[in-house]
Design a protein around this ligand. Sequence first.
Ligand code: MN
Length: 338
Amino acid sequence: MAQSRPRMIATEEAFAIPEYFEAFKKLPTVSTHMGLRNAARFYGAPGNVERLTDIEVRLAEMDQYGVDMHLLSLTSPGVQIFDADMGTSLAALANDRLAGFIKQYPKRFSGLAAVAPQDPQRAAAEIERAMVHLGLNGIIINSHTDGKFLDEPQFAPILEAAVKYGAPIYLHPTFPSQTMEQPFERYGMNSAIWAFGAECSLHAVRMILGGVFDRYPELQIVLGHMGEGIPFWLYRLDDLHSTLMAFKKPPEDIVKLKRLPSEYFKDNFHITTCGMLSTPILNFCIEVLGIDRLIFSIDYPYGFTGKSTEFILNTPLQAAYRAKILHSNAERVFKITP
Ligand code: MN
């Protein structure tokens, strides 16, 4: 059976280094801030610290289900919750460690570099180091940084470096910022059940409507969870953006875009499958975005490897489509050797 399977590359696969957990525990707000408490809850689930940090434990689970490769990224919220110095040095340490795992197991691992947008210049330098010297495959940004989004001008060096060094940005969810969190503080909503997708999709839509992709037409963003709901909203984004632009008094800082919002989503974004193991949603996304925009992911260790692989292997799809989702789209986007 194993030999008839297409190569499986999973692309939203979290790892951590012990130094990250040590720094996390020392944060003064770790027990009072709802987002950090929530992250601690995920880290505290049985086995998760070991599954995040122990590469042999990970390989055993990959082997059990026939997963060929993990595209690794430092677990959310990652380095963005620390001050600029701590965030920057932890990112470099995590990236060095990541490059070591890949060197040890080049057929089993590839990786996305952590960067600390708190210091955009040093983040840009880390992108160069990660792409040119460490040979990593892109960068991970866990959505907002202290309530700031990538469409804001101070982050231009990061976007410029991502384009210059051909680094796709995986825009991964995190807990909402302090200006956004309050309405999510009920019914367990301040996590992956609702807040993460609401916050991350807000970030991506800000980048589209803020004209980021007119400024950086080559920039590529990757979103997990089947695009954080945005594929379902493309018609309405186009319709309302043109309606607002046509008003005699359009909203004050609305940006005149060269293209329709949906066109940027179709050309500048890829989406991955984790946590949305639903055939109607998969078919809808293929129809709306095209098969070249869908990439397999598990969300290890928070997502289930068995359920995630079974979904793509068993859902009715033509073989060529399954191969694109399971490996060839990831090989192209993240420059992974086929
Ligand atoms: Mn994830």
